[in-house]
Design a protein around this ligand. Structure first.
Ligand SMILES: Nc1ncnc2c1ncn2[C@@H]1O[C@H](COP(=O)(O)OS(=O)(=O)O)[C@@H](OP(=O)(O)O)[C@H]1O
Ligand SMILES: Nc1ncnc2c1ncn2[C@@H]1O[C@H](COP(=O)(O)OP(=O)(O)O)[C@@H](O)[C@H]1O
Length: 297
C-alpha cells in the first residue's frame, strides 16, 4: 500500500498518463501473437486491441500459414502500427463489431486533444463504487462542486438516476447489473472523450464489471474510488429505508444483505468511512486529479 498526501493507493499506483486517442478499434497492418506468429491483416477490429488479452477480429485478413480469411483470436500482442483511427487509411473499409456488421468508424479532425485544450482539462472517468448508503452520491456531488468552482466541467452518472432512463429496463440480478455497468462505462468513456471529468457513481458490486469499464479506457484514465464503509454503518444510515426492507425480506438480492459486493483489489483511491465529510473526501480526489495532470489540458 502506497500513501500519498492522505490518499491510499492499494496495490498498484496507476501508470503515468499517456496521451492516447480514445478512438478505436480499427487498424491496418501487422499484428503479432504471443506465440510469435505474425500475421498480415487488412483490418483488425477490436476493443482496444493493443491491450493484452483483448478480443480481436481479423476481417479479410490472412493469418500466415493458416490461410484463414476471417477468424477470431485472442490478441495477446501489440498491433504493429497502432491505431489507424486518425490516419484516414481505412477509408471505405467496413468492420464487424459484435452483432454490428458493415460498420465504419468516422473520424473528425477535431478530436479529444482539441476538446481538452478548449476546456483546459483532461477528460477521465472517476468510478465511485461502494455499498448503498456508503456516500457515493454525496462524494460525487461534492467533487462536482469543487471542480465547478475551479472552472472545470464534470458530469455525474449516478446509478439511481441512470436507472430512471437509459437503464430503466434493467433490474438487480447479476446480468442486469453487469449490463447496467457496461452501458454506464461506455457512456462514461464518451464523456471522457468529450473532455469532461465523468463521475460514475454506482454500487457496481462485481470486480469483473468494473474491470471491463477500466479496460475500455486508456491507461490511467479510469480512476476507481472505493467507498470503504462497513455494512453496519451503511445500514445504520439507511436513508431510503431499503436495508430495513431487505432485512424484512421485502427486497430480494439487496447488495450486502443477500447479494455480494466484491471489494476492489487495486483501485486508485480508498475513502474510509472515518475520513471526514464528503467535502473532505472530494478534496482527496481533487488532489489526485491535480497530481495526475487532469486539471490542465
Ligand atoms: N437489490 C438492490 N441492491 C442494491 N441497490 C438497490 C437494490 N434495489 C434498489 N436499489 C437501489 O438502486 C441503487 C443502486 O443502483 P446501481 O445502478 O448503482 O446498482 S448496480 O451498480 O447495478 O449494482 C441503490 O442506490 P444507492 O443507495 O445510491 O447505492 C438503491 O437505492
Ligand atoms: N462522509 C460522510 N460522513 C457521514 N455521513 C455521510 C457521509 N457521506 C454521506 N453521508 C450520509 O450517508 C447517507 C448516504 O449517502 P449517499 O451519498 O446517498 O450514499 P450512496 O450514494 O452510496 O447511497 C446520506 O444520508 C449522507 O448524508
Amino acid at each position: 500500500m502506497v500513501s500519498t498526501g492522505g490518499i491510499s493507493f492499494p496495490g498498484c499506483v496507476p501508470p503515468p498518463l499517456r496521451q492516447k486517442s480514445f478512438s478505436p478499434p480499427s487498424a491496418f497492418g501487422f499484428a503479432r501473437l504471443s506465440n510469435g506468429i505474425s500475421f498480415k491483416s487488412t483490418v483488425v477490429v477490436c476493443d482496444w486491441a493493443e491491450k493484452k488479452g483483448s478480443r480481436a477480429v481479423i476481417v479479410n485478413g490472412k493469418v500466415d500459414g493458416l490461410g484463414k480469411s476471417e477468424c477470431e483470436i485472442d490478441l495477446d500482442a501489440t498491433l504493429g502500427n497502432g491505431h489507424a483511427g486518425n490516419s484516414g487509411k481505412n477509408a471505405g473499409v467496413l468492420s464487424t463489431v459484435g452483432n454490428s456488421t458493415n460498420i465504419k468508424w468516422h473520424e473528425c479532425s477535431i478530436g479529444n486533444v482539441e476538446r481538452q485544450s478548449l476546456l483546459n482539462q483532461k477528460g477521465c472517468v472517476i468510478w465511485i463504487t461502494g455499498l448503498s448508503g456508503s456516500g457515493k452520491s454525496s462524494v460525487a456531488c461534492a467533487l462536482t462542486k469543487s471542480l465547478y468552482k475551479m472552472g472545470k466541467l464534470a458530469y455525474i452518472l449516478d446509478g439511481d438516476n441512470v436507472r430512471h432512463g437509459l437503464n430503466r429496463d434493467l433490474g438487480f440480478k447479476a446480468e442486469d447489473r453487469a449490463e447496467n455497468i457496461r452501458r454506464v462505462g461506455e457512456v462514461a468513456k464518451l464523456f471522457a472523450d468529450a473532455g469532461v471529468i465523468c463521475i460514475a457513481s454506482l454500487i457496481s458490486p462485481y470486480r469483473r464489471d468494473r474491470d471491463a469499464c477500466r479496460a475500455i479506457l486508456p491507461d490511467g484514465y479510469f480512476i476507481e474510488v472505493f467507498m470503504d464503509v462497513p455494512l453496519e454503518i451503511c445500514e445504520a444510515r439507511d436513508t431510503k429505508g431499503l436495508y430495513k426492507l431487505a432485512r424484512a425480506g421485502k427486497i430480494k438480492g439487496f447488495t450486502g444483505i443477500d447479494d455480494p459486493y466484491e471489494v476492489p483489489l487495486n483501485c486508485e483511491i480508498v475513502l474510509k468511512h472515518n475520513g471526514g465529510s464528503p467535502c473532505d473526501m472530494a478534496d482527496k480526489v481533487m488532489s489526485f486529479l491535480e497530481q495526475k495532470g487532469f486539471l490542465k489540458a
